[in-house]
Write a protein that binds this ligand. Structure first.
Ligand SMILES: C[S@@+](CC[C@H](N)C(=O)[O-])C[C@H]1O[C@@H](n2cnc3c(N)ncnc32)[C@H](O)[C@@H]1O
Length: 390
């Protein structure tokens, strides 16, 4: 048993690990050091760096594999009850989180709406998959468009439809459908633009949604997508986790570089929606690797014409907390930070969310080929075994 005044001594190996890099660095740069000493210290530093990176990579892969296993606990019944009973509409959530978070979300809606405006023809048609409270449509109200909002959560659609009934008259013509993004209830080549903002990460079989979107887009039509940007970063500080920042920047176009990719929402679903003796169930919250998603798009006949990232700094960070506490000034500062980060090479790959735009080409495979998406449910093949009854 430890006495209160017992001194906790760090393990000598840990102390050596902290002291070695600065000692080697000092040896390498010391004025008057000989060439052999400099080389030996440099090689030592490189060896240490390689060993720590190998450890980081091994740990990242282990955590990723564990999360992928947790995702196997997900099932459609729980998925359905979770969306319909536990998740407030995004508009309600924004009221709960407060003005700063609402401001950040408006930035995303502006980004998506601006890109949509650029690609939708006069009197064109838009499908918003997983439309939630239809906040994207709110930004397009002045356009003469046919807008269809599709969502899996019944109360999301009802909320969006109520808003339409009680709101001011708009030029946009809106319709809402309850359905599953992995099995779209529409005929081929119907829409000019498909929007899918912060939805693909929630799907059990995202590849099915991508093929469905390719099917319902007209040739030349465009998908506007936002989702989580792999890897685990930038949820941690670059000072404590430089490898994850480096991996995220360098892995934007080479996904094999990224060793840690989250698969599930970190907490299991509310036990109140589960039978008493059921094990915990985790639902998907997959972080997309831009290059991997781009390959999937290409196989489905969707050519990526834009890829960037946004949302700096991450909402969980201390700097975001500080900005949140500074009202209007905080909002203005974060707008400037966002603009600078989005336009700075390499840094612009580090945002929390990836923003991709892809055009429907005439090519593409008829169905997702094996291995195009590495999720645990994709191993089952492409038969219609995950259909959600609406
Ligand atoms: C984070 S919210 C985003 C909502 C909206 N796109 C926005 O940006 O405000 C995710 C939405 O996806 C919907 N969703 C999840 N899985 C779905 C599925 N398989 N098919 C259709 N909608 C789905 C949820 O009901 C929820 O409204």
């Amino acid at each position: 048993m430890l006495h209160h005044n017992a001194v906790m001594r760090p393990h000598p190996l840990k102390v050596a690990r902290w002291l070695l890099p600065p000692a080697l660095l000092a040896a390498a740069v010391r004025p008057g050091a000989g060439a052999r000493q400099r080389t030996a210290a440099g090689v030592g530093l490189l060896g240490l760096w390689a060993a720590s990176y190998a450890r980081y990579r091994e740990r990242g892969k282990k955590v990723t594999a564990h999360e992928r296993e947790l995702l196997r606990t997900a099932n459609l019944e729980t998925f359905s009850r979770h969306y319909n009973e536990c998740v407030p509409t995004l508009e309600e959530e924004l009221d709960i989180w407060g003005e700063y978070h609402a401001h950040r979300h408006q930035m995303r809606y502006d980004l998506v709406a601006e890109m949509t405006r650029r690609h939708v023809p006069h009197n064109g048609s838009i499908l918003d998959v997983g439309c939630g409270a239809a906040l994207v449509a709110d930004k397009l109200g002045d356009l003469p468009l046919d807008y269809v909002g599709l969502d899996y959560g019944g109360h999301h659609i009802e909320f969006a439809a109520d808003k339409l009934r009680s709101g001011p008259p708009l030029t946009i013509r809106r319709r809402f459908v309850r359905g599953d993004g992995e099995h779209l209830p529409f005929r081929d080549q119907l829409f000019d633009v498909v929007v899918m903002s912060e939805v693909i990460e929630h799907l059990l079989r995202p590849e099915l949604a991508v093929w469905e979107i390719a099917r319902v887009l007209k040739p030349g039509g465009v998908l506007v997508l936002t989702t989580n940007n792999a890897s685990e970063m930038p949820l941690r500080s670059p000072l404590t986790d430089p490898f994850s920042w480096l991996e995220k920047a360098l892995g934007f176009h080479r996904d094999s570089i990224i060793s840690h990719r989250p698969w599930v929402w970190p907490w299991p679903v509310d036990r109140r929606i589960l039978p008493e003796d059921a094990p915990n169930i985790y639902l998907p919250h997959t972080w997309h690797k831009q290059a991997e998603t781009r390959r999937m798009f290409a196989a489905a006949g969707l050519e990526t014409i834009h890829a960037s990232s946004f949302e700096f700094p991450p909402p969980q960070s201390k700097s975001a907390q500080w900005l949140n506490e500074h009202g209007e000034a905080g909002k203005r500062i974060v707008d400037v930070v966002e603009a600078i980060c989005q336009h700075t090479p390499l840094v612009n790959r580090l945002g929390c969310h990836v923003f991709m735009v892809a055009r429907r080409t005439t090519g593409g495979l008829a169905a997702p080929p094996p291995g195009i998406w590495p999720g645990p449910f994709s191993e089952q093949g492409s038969e219609d075994d995950t259909a959600i009854a609406s």
